[in-house]
Design a protein around this ligand. Structure first.
Ligand SMILES: Nc1nc2c(ncn2[C@@H]2O[C@H](COP(=O)(O)OP(=O)(O)OP(=O)(O)O)[C@@H](O)[C@H]2O)c(=O)[nH]1
Ligand SMILES: [Mg+2]
Length: 439
């Protein structure tokens, strides 16, 4: 914990985050800045989310600034005029840390830090910090540490160029560069070590998931925006006791439980880390193995907070992350949660827009019974694509795939009919012996 919080020890030695050991320290006062396009309409929402993130990270948002600009200023992101204005305001408000919603280049971060005379962090660093505070398992902590190194490495290089550009001569530059190189090498070594350990963990995990697969139960992964109520729903469905909190990224590690479905069927369901708009790439890469479980799931239960002012934006952000992790094509069942806290007009509108979706309250249990049935139906409707070679004397098999599936392509060859079909998974097992070897 201590090593990770050091990430943000500023030049005055004050921390961005209050860790468990220094809860008695007054919360840092944060000024939030979001730079948006001149015509952007969702700037306020972005700022509201940044406030929630800052609060979750342990700092107190005392001022929020929406800056409209055509394009970022290369040196200071916000431009020198706006910078003077904000510096004055930050002094007046006794600000300890300035948090940018935008990703800052190492040079911009340095220039801003100089001007504000306090810590300046961007959204990526903020999210990394929250993850660092919330990681509890060994694998989770390693994944976060790896992401932090990925973030830090180019920033180290940034300091290096600054030093050599000073042209301070052999005496000063030499040791500086050497130290930089040593630092870089040490970090790279540490990263390789973590990557090896994570690979081992992933290997044993995939053995586990293969043996689960062999048990025949289909897999369902709960996904969705952070704080949508995924863990609450998971607990409600499985009787588990996963931590639920009104904070962002309360869950970082995945938990798997058996889910009993109607008519004696069952599935394996997992609860995992939530997504957010512009989830840092460093994290997506590091959480690769956790997210792989999502990509491999037979069905995604996409939980959406219906009481959010813009649920559609959350849905779009989640879809973008799903694409990024290779789960864009997975079957998905939308679940609008928190309907107890959503006004009726909104619920009606969402029902109209998403007729296939389930509407539930994980807190009071409404809609949960129906959700079980919907999951069961969605799993049944799952289809797989198969390339088959059917001998000419097996007209019955061809009839079966034509009736029960969709034929994508069909050619007649010497040994039989070659078909590419999409069939319900329940039918796939019966077609096993006809799968074309050369495909
Ligand atoms: N009103 C209402 N609140 C809910 C409902 N479901 C969850 N919540 C609240 O929403 C907050 C977040 O719930 P979690 O289950 O931790 O959400 P999550 O999606 O797992 O969040 P992360 O793991 O942090 O991404 C908590 O304060 C829950 O009590 C619901 O159906 N209605
Ligand atoms: Mg959770």
């Amino acid at each position: 914990m201590t090593e990770r919080s050091n990430e943000h020890v500023g030049r005055r030695g004050r921390r961005l985050t209050a860790s468990v050991t220094d809860l008695d320290v007054t919360r840092q006062r944060a000024m939030l800045v979001a730079v948006v396009d001149k015509r952007a309409t969702d700037g306020e929402l972005g700022l509201a989310e940044l406030e929630a993130l800052t609060d979750t990270a342990g700092s107190e948002p005392v001022a929020s600034e929406l800056v409209r600009r055509e394009r970022p200023d290369p040196a200071t992101y916000i431009g020198s005029g706006k910078l003077r204005e904000l510096v004055a305001e930050s002094k007046a408000l006794d600000i300890d840390v300035v948090v940018f919603d935008n990703e800052l280049s190492p040079a911009q971060q340095r220039n801003l830090q100089k001007a504000f005379e306090c810590d300046v962090v961007d959204r990526v660093a903020l999210i990394l910090d929250i993850f660092a505070q919330h990681a509890h398992t060994k694998e989770g902590m390693l994944q976060v540490e790896l992401a932090q190194h990925r973030y830090r490495l180019p920033r180290l290089r940034g300091r290096g160029t600054e030093m050599s550009r000073l042209g301070a001569g052999i005496g000063t530059r030499g040791p500086g560069e050497t130290k930089l190189e040593t630092d870089r090498r040490r970090i790279l070594e540490r990263m390789s070590k973590i990557e090896r350990e994570l690979k081992d963990a992933a290997r044993s995990r995939s053995t586990r998931s293969r043996s689960r697969r062999r048990s025949g139960d289909p897999t369902v992964a709960i996904v969705g925006y952070t704080n949508a109520g995924k863990s609450t729903l998971f607990n409600r469905l499985t009787g588990a006791d996963v931590l639920v909190e009104d904070r962002l990224f309360a869950t970082l590690d995945s938990t798997v439980r058996k889910l009993e479905l109607p008519d004696g069927h069952s599935a394996l369901i997992s609860d995992t880390v939530g997504f957010v708009r512009n989830l840092p790439h460093e994290l997506v890469q590091s959480f690769h193995s956790t997210l792989e479980e999502v990509a491999e799931a037979d069905l995604l239960l996409h939980v959406v907070d219906a009481s959010d002012p813009e649920p559609e934006l959350q849905i779009a952000a989640v879809h973008r992350v799903l694409e990024e992790i290779g789960a864009g094509g997975n079957d998905e069942l939308l679940v609008f949660n928190k309907i107890d806290a959503t006004d009726e007009v909104t619920v009606r509108r969402l029902r109209r827009l998403h007729p296939e979706a389930a509407f539930v309250s994980a807190i009071d249990g409404s809609g949960i019974g129906a959700l079980g049935g919907a999951i069961r139906r969605a799993l049944e409707a799952r289809t797989v694509e198969l390339a088959l070679l059917v001998p000419y004397d097996r007209g019955d098999v061809l009839g079966l795939v034509h009736d029960g599936g969709t034929v994508v392509a069909q050619t007649h060859e010497e040994e039989g009919t070659r078909v590419l079909v999409r069939v319900p998974e329940s039918m796939a097992a019966r077609l096993d012996t006809f799968i074309a070897d050369d495909h």
